[in-house]
Design a binder for this molecule. Structure first.
Ligand SMILES: [Zn+2]
Length: 60
């Protein structure tokens, strides 16, 4: 099982590269049982979306 540190590391890497199957499953499992990382992940996605919309990094 991942530690919270490993899980958050994977979450940040997830933004930049495609995770392997094993990494994705491990991360998903961790987020399922860990409320803290679940919240962290959700916030990260919200922030990412907001940045994308404001920054105009990619056209829809
Ligand atoms: Zn955690």
């Amino acid at each position: 099982m991942l530690s919270c540190k490993e899980a958050t590391l994977l979450m940040s890497q997830e933004q930049d590269r495609r995770l392997g199957m094993g990494e994705r499953i491990a991360l998903r499992l961790h987020v399922l049982i860990c409320a803290g990382c679940n919240n962290y992940r959700r916030q990260m996605h919200v922030l990412r979306e907001a940045c994308r919309r404001l920054g105009g990094g990619g056209t829809p």
